[in-house]
Design a binder for this molecule. Structure first.
Ligand code: S3P
Length: 166
């Protein structure tokens, strides 16, 4: 059984949608960030503080490589998982890739009260999200089998569309 892998920016709803989708498909749900936290016993912000983004990306790569070798999972990935080409190859080979496409406005809305995202500690989170999107949107698109719009749509509707198109 193929994996279903969710990619997209912070605030796209990957964890919420992934959990619902896994329930519908009766498959286990994994979240690469949670897996990193379990393996290290440290939160993502602490890993960024101690090891920097580079250290986090190494850990993220190890987790993605391992999880993509498994079968029959729904996997939510961190927003920057597509940055490395070895990750993109692993994700492509690891299953059906679903890009949860989301506007910066919606991302801002969904991440506003969340302190768990070190990249959004910057003075201007909107500018940060726009810069990240400019670089990453083409990368999400280039590995996606399915692109699903999430703006102004309840997670259940997004899940139904993914189920229809898988
Ligand atoms: C990141 C997104 C986060 C997390 C880390 C870095 C990014 O995951 O992996 O803070 O580079 O966009 P979410 O996309 O689940 O917020």
């Amino acid at each position: 059984m193929q994996n279903t892998i969710l990619v997209g920016p912070m605030g796209a709803g990957k964890s919420t949608i992934g959990r619902l989708l896994a329930k519908e498909l009766r498959l286990p749900f994994k979240d690469s960030d949670k897996e990193i936290e379990q393996r290290t016993g440290a939160s993502i912000p602490l890993i960024f503080d101690v090891e920097g983004e580079q250290g986090f990306r190494e850990r993220e790569h190890a987790v993605i490589a391992d999880l993509c070798r498994l079968e029959g999972l729904v996997l939510a990935t961190g927003g920057g998982a597509v940055l490395r080409d070895d990750n993109r190859r692993a994700l492509r080979a690891g299953g059906r890739v679903v890009y949860l496409c989301t506007s910066v406005e919606q991302q801002l809305d969904r991440t506003a009260r969340d302190r768990n995202r070190p990249l959004l500690r910057a003075a201007d989170p909107e500018a940060t999200l726009r810069q990240l999107m400019a670089v990453r949107d083409p990368l999400y698109r280039c590995i996606a089998d399915i692109i699903v719009e999430t703006d102004e749509r309840p997670p259940r509707l997004v899940v139904m569309e993914i189920l229809d198109r898988l």
